[in-house]
Design a protein around this ligand. Structure first.
Ligand SMILES: C[S@@+](CC[C@H](N)C(=O)[O-])C[C@H]1O[C@@H](n2cnc3c(N)ncnc32)[C@H](O)[C@@H]1O
Length: 568
């Protein structure tokens, strides 16, 4: 960059320049932006949700309503930006890893290894979706993203930009294979992948601890056990591994002899784990035991209390989870699908891995989103986890209806042009959720409720005709937004829905406001009322006498406002 000559700049100009320099990106990720058809489409058409009524499952109206949305997740996330802004507790996604082996589709084409814009396409794809997803998280929300080495580094930098580096929680390592790992790898046998984890806002994020597993070793008790809990003894000697001279000092025993750390039999020097100062603190506060072992040799031990750390701070009966997850293998995941006869999906994740991640969030009524849902493992995990811990979590899954696993070969074999019925949503995601809820020949179901939606479109041009068309199409979206699915009243001019706590009213013709008011005056409870208007008139005056009972919004303006921001 050419050097600037600041000699004749005045104070104001210099301050402005400094501000610009401060704001300038210091380093970062660069890629070639690749236009995407599904994004371009939204300049002409706006996405809405359309229910596939025949696929509704309701076994227990007292349980929360789960949602499955079939369609491109760019469209689904745009809809959710209206219905679920700031309402999601946990997002888990398992995006295509961009292996070059038919796992990543961009503009209806598989991206292969030879594609020079392979990484650019992947980053363009993910950036748009992650930006939309971020808006959906609550302030204490967490996002988990599965990834492997092909895109891990790029994804980390992208997430640092989108979620902010300060909200990075961990790059968890998941050991996905049992045994020796991939034996055909040329250099290292890789048996792990990653789960990049970010908080929406680290100041509000709390991670649920792990249960302490080997409790049986905490067998001894002393006068502190009421507060510190039981303890076990651990030798203070660290051995020879990380020798440090300052940790190599004599400790006086009760009979006034001195003990030194025990050097190994080849004469390699050993040291203690604690410094002299820390030892003095430990002796004073009863964290140190010096006694003879069964061979009559003096030993120095620290007391490892269950409920107190070695700084003297009382801790919970759980511990911060490890960054390496060495449970739940991929083999287990494949078995889980076979058990319920789902053959149309390759490479699922194990449900216990997802349950483990979801339960790092404290909220047992969390709303969990997976917008790369594949075979629906996240839905399965949520339903099963609720049954184990009495939770009331609900899930929102989005997936396209791509061909995968057996579905692709069947479509070719049958030479069938109706590809829809061979896609994963049709053959894997929905049937899996249906079996998990309703049960199948090998086991009873967990019960629960599900609504199946597809994305549909209305013309984007904001003419009066199109605004009317959009309003006719958004009833389901408004029910999703308000979580009110039970129909109370349905007429040509207005509809009323409810859940246990509240009501939603949708008025398609403002001439009928009085009839609507008459109807709701008979009902006790609060109403979210959406009134059709070609502008953004909310008809406050008409509802002046019901101010406390109703919350008014204009449609379609409230939706168009969100879409204008996204599709600008
Ligand atoms: C790696 S798989 C997820 C597997 C899932 N975790 C499981 O356990 O079954 C990624 C999924 O994202 C879906 N997907 C990819 N691009 C998508 C898009 N643009 N919109 C919706 N779904 C998409 C694919 O259909 C694929 O099933």
């Amino acid at each position: 960059m050419a050097k600037k000559d600041y000699t004749n700049w005045d104070r104001k100009e210099l301050i402005k320049e400094i501000e610009q320099l401060r704001k300038r990106k210091k380093y970062g990720l660069v890629w070639e932006y690749k236009p995407e058809d599904v994004v371009e489409q939204c300049k002409k058409e706006l996405p809405v949700l359309e229910e596939v009524k025949g696929k509704k499952i309701i076994t227990d109206p007292d349980k929360p309503m789960n949602l499955l949305i079939e369609g491109d997740n760019y469209h689904a996330l745009s809809v959710l930006n209206y219905t679920h802004k700031g309402k999601i507790d946990v997002i888990y996604i398992d995006p295509p890893y961009n292996t070059g082996n038919k796992d990543f589709v961009y503009n209806d084409q598989y991206v292969d290894k030879e594609d020079t814009f392979r990484h650019s396409k992947w980053l363009s794809f993910l950036e748009k979706r992650l930006k939309l997803a971020k808006n959906l998280l609550k302030k204490d929300g967490i996002i988990f993203i599965s990834i492997n080495d092909i895109e891990q580094a790029q994804l980390k930098m992208l997430c640092n930009e989108i979620f902010d580096e300060k909200n990075f929680l961990a790059n968890l390592v998941w050991q996905n294979k049992e045994g020796g790992g991939s034996s055909d790898s040329k250099y290292f046998r890789i048996k792990h992948e990653y789960i990049l984890t970010y908080a929406k806002n680290i100041d509000f994020c709390i991670i649920e601890g792990d249960e302490i597993t080997n409790l049986d070793r905490y067998k001894q008790e002393d006068k502190h056990s009421k507060t510190r809990g039981p303890f076990y003894l651990q030798k203070l000697g660290m051995g020879t591994i990380q020798y440090s001279e300052s940790l190599d000092y004599p400790i006086t025993t009760p009979d006034h002899t001195e003990v030194m750390p025990k050097d190994n039999n080849k004469g390699k020097k050993a040291c203690w784990r604690w410094s002299k100062k820390k030892l003095a603190w430990g002796l004073e506060n009863d964290f140190i035991v010096i006694k003879k072992d069964k061979d009559g040799i003096w030993q120095v031990y620290t007391k490892q209390y269950l409920n107190c750390d070695n700084e003297g701070t009382v801790i919970e009966r759980s511990q911060r989870p490890f960054g390496v997850i060495d449970r739940y293998s991929s083999t287990q995941a494949a078995k889980e699908l076979r058990e319920i006869d789902i053959t149309s999906f390759s490479y699922p994740k194990p449900k216990d891995l997802i349950s483990y991640l979801i339960s790092r969030h404290l909220n047992k009524s969390a709303t969990v989103l997976d917008f790369m849902a594949g075979s629906g493992t996240t839905g399965h995990a949520v339903v099963e986890l609720n049954s184990k811990d009495n939770g009331k979590r609900k899930f929102i899954l989005c997936t396209n209806n791509e061909l995968n696993g057996e579905g692709s070969s069947l479509a070719v074999k049958n030479n069938d042009s109706d590809l829809e019925k061979f896609g994963i949503c049709y053959r894997a995601t929905y049937p899996r959720l249906e079996k998990v809820i309703n049960g199948h020949n090998k086991s009873g179901g967990y019960g629960g409720n599900l609504k199946y939606f597809k994305t549909a479109f209305v013309p984007a041009d904001p003419t009066d005709k199109n605004k009317i068309a959009l309003t006719q199409k958004v009833t389901e979206m408004l029910c999703v937004k308000e979580d009110t699915f039970e129909k109370v009243k349905s007429s040509e001019h207005f509809k009323i829905f409810r859940n246990k706590k509240q009501y939603t009213g949708i008025i398609y013709d403002h001439q009928m406001i009085n009839d609507f008011k008459k109807e709701i005056s008979k009902i006790d409870g609060g109403f979210s009322v959406y009134v059709f208007s070609l502008g953004d008139d909310t008809f406050d005056e008409e509802f002046e006498d019901m101010k406390k009972k109703v919350k008014l919004s204009p449609i379609p303006e409230a939706i168009l406002r969100v879409y204008r921001r996204i599709f600008k």
